[in-house]
Design a protein around this ligand. Structure first.
Ligand code: NAD
Ligand code: DAU
Length: 355
């Protein structure tokens, strides 16, 4: 039986991409899902072990900046749609080394756009879906929310590279009529997140009784979304979103970093059967991130009103599930924190993490 559609998912071996690929493979057995990933430090085929032998799944190791390879894949598979997640995604790494962010996030996106433009002469029924971040909007004060109309004001090399790619995607819509859609999402959390990001880093350090490095005064605010809720929103927008539109996605779940770390510490004490308060004692305030955005908060009402999406997992449950997943998957955690991670951590935090 031929497949009804063939979709290219870029970055499907990463954190959000692996949840999206799993969702699509399960929900659409009649779609052929082609996952293209470079397998950088953040990409891990272990994240997809449970679905890797499905008949509607193909993995291709490749680089979105490699125009010849990307053109070849479009020719070979005749993609009906692209959901583009591949990116360098960590703000601190972008501060240390902006160039790989420019290459992958900007140049790689243009390589994909060019291939879609070249191969989709008949663009009817095709869609290029670009996955982006709320960080393009910059920083909020104590009140207010980012809407789809908020002016772009990126502050880090990471967010500037994502802002640039968003603009290029929209430029291809306006200039060449390429059918595109963009979504900008808040902070995701859940299983398979690389432990350079706040929550898995803290979970890993609590396990090892290591200091918990909180940047600056810890009063920075993020809006946290359960990663499977993001994957569900992407599925919905891909199938029902209006071409040329932008949708904000958020958890309506604001936490100051220090409060989130406190909540996590208390859950970890319980799960590890340690005396109450022991993990909190590991908290250490460290030098702030340069250009640290003070507050992000998303107004996701457009997505709710147009497409009926709402986050489904509440923070208390999501945090507990996340902590439990890492404790149940220590082999995964130990593998990804061995090798190059040790050097990254030592350079970032001035000491080795656990193990
Ligand atoms: P991640 O770092 O976990 O995964 C990125 C994936 O892209 C990895 O599998 C990596 O191997 C792959 N990749 C990197 N460079 C590549 C290249 N040149 N060619 C092919 N593959 C390459 O990132 P994530 O957190 O899953 O984020 C996925 C996307 O969602 C990114 O575009 C990010 O900007 C966006 N986003 C992330 C969040 C979040 O909270 N994590 C929130 C909003 C938007
Ligand atoms: O808002 C969406 C963005 O969320 C995504 O686009 C990015 O890809 C993703 O990495 C995330 O960016 P943040 O910079 O918000 O996430 P991070 O986990 O790095 O940091 C969350 C907050 O915690 C931030 O205020 C910095 C702080 N922090 C982070 C680390 C790693 C600490 O205080 N200590 C730490 O060790």
């Amino acid at each position: 039986m031929p497949f009804e559609k063939t979709l290219l998912i870029t970055g499907g071996a990463g954190f959000i991409g692996s949840h999206l690929v799993r969702l699509l493979i399960d929900k659409y057995p009649n779609y052929h899902i082609v996952n293209l990933d470079k397998l950088t430090y953040a990409g891990n085929l272990e994240n997809l072990r449970d679905i890797e032998n499905r008949p509607n799944y193909t993995f291709v190791k490749g680089d979105i900046t490699d125009a010849e390879q990307i053109q070849g894949l479009f020719g070979q598979y005749g993609f009906d749609g692209v959901i583009h997640l591949a990116a360098e995604s960590h703000v601190d790494r972008s501060i240390a080394n902006p160039m790989s962010f420019i290459e992958t996030n900007i140049v790689g996106t243009v390589v994909l756009l060019n291939a879609a433009r070249f191969h989709w002469k008949q663009a009817e029924g095709k869609l290029f879906y670009h996955i982006s971040t709320d960080e393009v909007y910059g920083s909020l004060g104590d009140t207010g929310f980012f809407t789809e109309k908020t002016a772009y004001d990126p502050r880090s090399p990471y967010s500037a590279s994502k802002a640039s790619s968003d603009h290029l995607v929209r430029a291809y819509y306006h200039t060449y009529g390429l059918p595109v859609v963009v979504s900008n999402c808040s902070n995701n959390y859940g299983p398979y997140q690389f432990p350079e990001k706040l929550l898995p880093l803290m979970i890993n350090n609590i396990r090892d009784n290591k200091p918990l490095p909180v940047y600056g005064d810890g009063l920075y605010t993020r809006d946290w979304l359960w990663v499977e809720d993001h994957a569900a929103a992407i599925d919905l927008i891909f199938h029902k979103g209006r071409v040329g539109e932008t949708y904000n996605i958020g958890g309506n779940n604001e936490w100051k970093n220090i409060s989130l770390v406190h909540a996590l510490c208390d859950i970890m004490d319980e799960l590890l059967e340690r005396p109450a308060g022991s993990s909190r004692q590991l908290i250490t305030f460290v030098k702030d991130r340069p250009g640290h955005d003070r507050r992000y908060a998303i107004d996701a009402s457009k997505l709710k009103h147009e497409l009926g999406w709402e986050p489904s997992v509440q923070a208390a449950e999501g945090l507990r599930r996340t902590a439990q997943w890492y404790l149940d998957n220590t082999a995964w955690l130990e593998r990804v924190t061995s090798g190059a991670y040790q050097q990254y951590y030592a350079e970032m935090y001035g000491e080795a993490p656990g193990r």
